[in-house]
Design a protein around this ligand. Structure first.
Ligand code: ZN
Length: 290
C-alpha cells in the first residue's frame, strides 16, 4: 500500500476546483490587449454614455468652448476619455480615446484631453472612483473664484449625495502639479472645487458623476437665490443631519463629517467565498458516494 501524504480532502478538492475555475474564467478587460479592450461591448457602451453625458453638460451650460472632460475606467488597466479641443456637445464614438493609467494613448483618432492627468490621480488615489467628470458650471465656478464653498445643512438631497466640498488650491491647468492638487480630498469628497477654475466629481458611473455636477450646481444656484431673499437661512437640526450621515454610510457615499468607509469586501474575498461554496459542494458529493 502506498503511503499517501496527509493532504486533507478539502485541500485536494480546492486545488482541482481552483484549476477548473481558472480555465473557465473569461479574461477581464485589462488582461486583454488595448485593441480588444477598445472594441469590446463594454467599451462601446461606455463611449455611448460619455457622449450622452457630454451632451447633457453642454446643454445645461456646464461646459463652454472645448471646456470640460469626462473619463471612465475600463477594467483595471485602461481609461476611456474625451479628446482635447472638442466641444462636449459634438462628440462621436470615434473621438473617444483609450488611455492607460499613465496617460498614454492606446486607441482613438484624436489626442486626449490634457486634463486626463487630474482624472488619473483620482483613480490611483481612490479605487472607488470609476468615472470622473470635470466642468465649469457657472454657479459652482463662481464659488471656485472666491475660494469658498456653500454652507451645508440646508437641503437633504444635497447632504445625501454631496455634503461638504473641498477647495483644491490653484495650479496651472494640464500640469502634474494641477492634477495632484486634489489628492488630499479624493477620499472624503466626491465633489471638489478647483480654485479659479471649476469643479471635478467622481462616482461609480459616468452618469452618476454627472448627477453630482447637477446637484452641486443647482444647490449653489438655489443658495445664492435664498441669500437674496434677505431672511436668515434655516438649517436642518444636527440630529437630523446625523440620520442623513447614517443613510450615506449605508449607501456607501463619502462624507468628510464621518469616518471613512472601509473598502467594500474585496473581490478576492468574494471569489474565495464562492470557491469555498464550490469546494463544500464537491466534498459533500464525494462523501455521499463513500
Ligand atoms: Zn477645466
Amino acid at each position: 500500500m502506498t503511503q499517501q501524504t496527509a493532504v486533507p480532502i478539502v485541500e485536494q478538492v480546492r486545488e482541482v476546483v481552483q484549476a477548473v475555475v481558472e480555465v473557465l474564467r473569461e479574461p477581464k478587460v485589462g488582461e486583454i490587449s488595448p485593441s480588444v479592450a477598445a472594441n469590446s461591448f463594454e467599451a462601446e457602451a461606455l463611449r455611448a454614455e460619455i457622449i450622452r453625458v457630454g451632451r447633457k453638460l453642454w446643454e445645461r451650460e456646464y461646459v463652454d468652448g472645448n471646456g470640460g472632460n469626462i473619463s471612465v475606467r475600463l477594467g483595471p488597466k485602461y481609461v476611456l476619455c474625451t479628446p482635447t479641443m472638442m466641444s462636449k456637445g459634438d462628440m462621436e464614438p470615434a473621438d473617444i480615446c483609450l488611455s492607460d493609467l499613465e496617460g498614454n494613448i492606446l486607441a482613438g483618432d484624436r489626442p486626449r484631453t490634457s486634463e486626463l492627468l487630474l482624472h488619473l490621480e483620482i483613480y490611483k488615489e481612490n479605487p472607488r472612483a470609476r468615472a470622473v467628470v470635470h466642468c465649469h458650471p457657472p454657479h459652482g465656478t463662481a464659488f471656485a473664484m472666491t475660494g469658498t464653498t456653500p454652507p451645508v445643512g440646508l437641503v437633504p438631497e444635497y447632504e445625501i449625495f454631496i455634503g461638504p466640498v473641498a477647495v483644491a488650491p490653484y495650479e496651472t491647468t494640464g500640469t502634474r502639479a494641477f492634477a495632484e492638487t486634489v489628492l488630499p480630498f479624493v477620499q472624503d469628497h466626491n465633489t471638489i472645487l478647483l480654485a479659479n477654475h471649476g469643479i471635478v466629481c467622481w462616482s461609480d458611473t459616468i452618469t452618476h458623476a454627472e448627477w453630482l455636477v447637477e446637484i452641486f450646481e443647482n444647490y449653489c444656484k438655489t443658495y445664492l437665490i435664498a441669500k437674496q431673499i434677505g431672511e436668515p437661512l434655516v438649517f436642518i437640526p444636527d440630529n437630523k443631519i446625523q440620520e442623513i450621515l447614517l443613510l450615506k454610510r449605508r449607501m456607501g457615499l463619502p462624507d468628510a463629517r464621518m469616518e471613512r468607509i472601509a473598502e467594500p469586501a474585496l473581490q478576492e474575498a468574494a471569489a474565495s467565498g464562492e470557491l469555498d461554496r464550490l469546494v463544500a459542494q464537491v466534498v459533500e458529493r464525494l462523501e455521499a458516494q463513500d
